[in-house]
Design a protein around this ligand. Sequence first.
Ligand SMILES: Cc1cc2nc3c(=O)[nH]c(=O)nc-3n(C[C@H](O)[C@H](O)[C@H](O)COP(=O)(O)OP(=O)(O)OC[C@H]3O[C@@H](n4cnc5c(N)ncnc54)[C@H](O)[C@@H]3O)c2cc1C
Ligand code: SF4
Length: 325
Amino acid sequence: MRPFDFQRAASESEAIAAAAAGARYLAGGTTLVDLMREEVETPEKIVDINRLPLNYIRAMDEAIVIGALARMSEVAANQDVRRLQPLISETLTEGASPQLRNVASIGGNLLQRVRCPYFRMLDAPCNKRVPGSGCSAIDGLNAGHAILGTSEHCVATHPSDLAVSLVALGATLSLKGPRGERTIPVEELFRLPESTPHLEHTLEPGELIVEVQIPNGPYARKARYLKVRDRSSYEFALVSAAAALHVENGTIQEVRIAAGGVGTRPWRMNAVEQALVGKPAARASYEIAAAISTEETRPLSHNGFKVKLLPATIVRALEMAGDVA
Ligand SMILES: Cc1cc2nc3c(=O)[nH]c(=O)nc-3n(C[C@H](O)[C@H](O)[C@H](O)COP(=O)(O)OP(=O)(O)OC[C@H]3O[C@@H](n4cnc5c(N)ncnc54)[C@H](O)[C@@H]3O)c2cc1C
Ligand code: SF4
């Protein structure tokens, strides 16, 4: 690991000033320290934000509000989250391992880096690590890579499970930076790779994720996360789907669907959702609508199986959501 300056921030303004001057935020460190150890990331300055008062979970009438430093395990086990936003609890429990979830924060989870193996191989071309060097995955091993939102410069999937469910639920983020405060939909946090895959998010320099607001819509309680992967725990998704349903008298009033493991960012399935509204909440409707999910897919040499797995995962996630009492 390369030497770096370390600072512990006592206030948000101190942290933001340090980050605006080039320091990287440190929360749980399960992504950042890992990458620093491998010298994939070599920041010269680190600002530890763990003393900021951002570790909270608040149940409001209209939303659950979660501070950026709440730990994945705390959020998953929280009774209000389990009651009002069971999708979030289930999704977090499906990620990483118990030890990692005890340390990893909600803000850090959203900004974790890709799991493309070439990103961590310092001698392999990777546009995300070294802009302009090339992409080793396009003609290399790419079974775990994306089929949606790819470019000729990068085909890595976004790895966060939580981000998929937050996008499905229409969650928003509160941000604070050198130029003040703002709120954005979680969906707008993530960039497509296009010709600049090293730019992954839309945060401005020094901007801090403060909290996430998850609206308590009528669909939020009838919601499930299905994660298909090579082994049943401690593994990233091959394909995942978050599905949330609002059904009245057997008819779908509103539905929210997002997929993971397939897109270069968490992928909201707007066309599939539109095809389901007003239809019976039944497998036949789910299958017809889920077929639309593959329309814009662009499989690579080793990941064509995801084109079949994606609609099947959406159908099963919708069935699971429909079964929630
Ligand atoms: C072996 C392993 C398996 C894993 N499996 C999964 C999995 O199955 N599913 C899954 O979703 N994740 C998985 N993860 C990823 C894990 O969830 C993330 O590493 C973790 O959530 C990151 O949170 P952190 O607090 O440790 O972030 P850190 O490592 O501290 O930070 C990550 C990044 O976010 C930035 N950052 C942190 N907090 C803020 C903030 N408040 N505002 C702005 N920037 C911030 C940091 O500067 C850094 O760039 C796995 C990780 C490992 C190591
Ligand atoms: S897919 Fe993206 S992260 Fe992987 S090698 Fe290509 S540019 Fe790098």
